[in-house]
Design a protein around this ligand. Structure first.
Ligand SMILES: Cc1cc2nc3c(=O)[nH]c(=O)nc-3n(C[C@H](O)[C@H](O)[C@H](O)COP(=O)(O)O)c2cc1C
Length: 227
């Protein structure tokens, strides 16, 4: 029998991003517990600014079909937001050095959530929102084509009408004070990725030995060769 910390490390390593689920629905109470795991993650300055939207109705299929067509059988999508009405959130957004803090907070909450979910036999895949655009090809007017080119050139792709973020805002009537940070799909795995074989983004999902990721500072020969 493994002790708790050894089992925890095993669970961390066993978790995979799953994209093909059975379609079976996860009870709301389970999702609420997953979110409870998320809210106990640390937040910068104890801001506790994260807010969670649970989607488990027909809008899940619509969102997945439009933006994540290679995900199948998702039960529930949870969207994570930063409450921008809080004084600290407002301060952060104006600060060059602190405006990323809510994304760090969301990452920590997500880590708690996906690990707790895994411990309950529920699988997940985190997905990025801001950079994704409608995969459905639509005929565009000349003006919308020009607008698209201009916004892309200005680095303002997220303002495109069909951006994932804008779509969610309109479809779900998200109030302006909630800034969308990230999404995560939950379900019961139908196909579990084989860590020994699968790749994503052009590289194996298998991790190398831990020493590979540790920067061997002070500057040894090995350090200089690698960096
Ligand atoms: C911030 C973030 C965004 C991600 N976005 C996507 C996504 O849009 N689509 C997707 O299929 N996987 C997405 N993933 C999952 C990663 O591809 C996955 O974590 C990576 O391939 C390693 O696999 P593993 O989670 O099974 O270890 C995302 C993960 C993170 C942390």
């Amino acid at each position: 029998m493994l002790d708790f910390s050894a089992r925890l490390l095993e669970l961390i390593k066993e978790r995979r991003s799953v994209r093909i689920f059975t379609g079976e629905k996860i009870p709301r109470e389970e999702i609420k517990k997953i979110i409870e795991a998320g809210i106990w993650a640390p937040t910068g300055c104890n801001n506790q600014e994260l807010r969670f939207l649970i989607l488990d109705g027909k809008e899940v299929d619509e969102i997945i079909a439009n933006f994540k067509p290679f995900f199948k059988g998702v039960s529930t999508v949870v969207l994570i937001f930063c409450d921008m009405s809080l004084p600290l959130s407002k301060m952060y957004v104006k600060s060059k050095t602190a405006k990323h803090l809510c994304f760090i907070d969301a990452g920590l909450a997500l880590a708690n959530m996906i690990l707790y979910a895994k411990s309950k036999g529920i699988d997940s895949c985190i997905f990025n929102i801001s950079e994704h655009h409608l995969s459905v090809k639509t005929r565009r007017s000349l003006w919308s084509k020009i607008k698209r080119i201009l916004l892309c050139k200005l680095g303002m792709r997220r303002l495109l009408d069909e951006s994932f973020e804008n779509y969610l805002r309109k479809r779900l009537k998200i109030p302006n004070h909630l800034k969308i940070l990230c999404g995560v799909a939950f379900g019961y795995a139908k196909e579990y990725p084989d860590v020994r074989k699968e790749t994503h983004g052009g590289k194996p999902i298998m991790r190398k030995q831990v020493d590979y990721y540790i920067i061997d500072y002070p500057r040894t020969e090995k350090y200089q060769m690698r960096y």
